[in-house]
Design a protein around this ligand. Structure first.
Ligand code: UDP
Length: 324
């Protein structure tokens, strides 16, 4: 199938393009390269275009006989979204609307959408299942929630078939080392800890040591990017087979604290990680852990990288060899 991978030059999009190709599909990447990388587009053509430009989307759909869409393109910094909410609503909501309209106008009836566990805000308890209330606490989280709502109504009104995948903490890198996580600025814990260990960045700051968790640091569910990529291919297949539009949580179901991540990097790298304690980062919930049983039940999906060490090993290898 010819699949338009919107935002396919980015972290999760590029890993999904690779996995799509391996599964026998043709990924066509549409990306404005604002945060993505040309070097990460290796498994099909790149259409350099912005979602603000609906004509360009329609043209790409026509030129490449697109049959389905996977939509990754978004701004994804919670902190930045608090400083500049308009950017998030424009890029993540208004521009997504162009994509949905272009799909409607050209009869492309299926979409898999990158959503996020941030749509749950601060959950009452963990693990989080899909029926938990969604009440985002940042413009970023809200923009993802609005994306889900647009899908729902395009489904109701026009018969669009959709799957929203609510990622927990995407992490790790392609085990073959071809692609990996490169953000600028980098705000994610695992690459920052690894770079601190490699002496490429200053000591990592542990944001909050007074959380109500066993070691006082915040807990997250780190899910390998190849497992996420696999879930997208399954979600596409599910839609093709007539599966009902719905949302899935993607996580391992196990949480790890910031200190546990640092310890894992020390084990994998065989060296001490320079770290210092710092105040909590605004808007960070104490614990986010997925209940991934719905994705298992319906998509047959399950994380293959179950150990934090395995995730860190792939990220370490990529960071060590990275030239970009
Ligand atoms: N974190 C940290 N120091 C950093 C970056 C992150 O202690 O330099 C913590 C952060 O507070 C959170 C966890 O690591 O509890 C994961 O943060 P990340 O930014 O990777 O992902 P998020 O959960 O915000 O999507």
């Amino acid at each position: 199938m010819n699949v338009l991978v919107v935002g396919g030059a980015g972290y999760i999009g590029s890993h999904t393009a690779k996995t799509l190709k391996r599964a026998g599909h043709n990924p066509v990447v549409l990306d404005n390269l604002s945060t993505g990388h040309r070097w990460a587009v290796r498994w099909g053509p790149l259409v350099e275009a912005d979602l603000a430009d609906k004509k360009a989307i329609l043209q790409a759909i026509r030129d490449h006989q697109i049959e389905a869409v996977i939509h990754f393109a978004a701004n994804a910094y919670v902190g930045e979204s608090m400083q500049n909410p308009a950017k998030y609503f424009r890029n993540n909501v208004a521009n997504m609307l162009n994509l949905l309209e272009a799909q409607h106008e050209s009869g492309v009836k299926r979409i898999v959408f990158s959503s996020s566990c941030t749509t749950y805000g601060i959950p009452e308890r963990v693990p989080i299942s899909e029926d938990f209330p969604q009440s985002a606490i940042s413009p970023y989280g809200e923009s993802k929630l609005m994306g889900e709502k647009m899908l729902k109504w395009f489904g109701e009104c026009y018969g669009l078939g959709w799957v929203a995948l609510r990622y927990f903490n995407a992490s790790g890198a392609d085990p073959e080392g071809e692609i990996g996580e490169v953000h600028d600025p980098e705000t994610h814990l695992i690459p920052l800890v690894i770079d601190a260990a490699l002496g490429k960045r200053p000591p990592v700051r542990i944001f909050g040591t007074d959380y109500p968790t066993p070691d006082g640091t915040a807990i997250r569910d780190y899910i390998h990017v190849m497992d996420l990529a696999d879930a997208h291919v399954r979600a596409l297949q599910y839609l093709l087979e007539g599966g009902e539009s719905t949302a899935f949580n993607l996580g391992t179901g196990h949480g790890h604290s910031v200190r546990e991540v640092i310890a894992a990097v020390e084990r994998v790298g065989g060296r001490k990680v320079p770290a210092e304690e710092a105040p909590r980062r605004a808007g960070d919930p104490p614990a986010l852990v997925a209940d991934p049983s719905k994705a298992h039940r319906i998509l047959g999906w399950e994380a293959q990288y179950r150990e934090l060490n395995q995730i860190v090993e792939t990220a370490w290898r990529f960071a060590e060899n990275r030239k970009q």
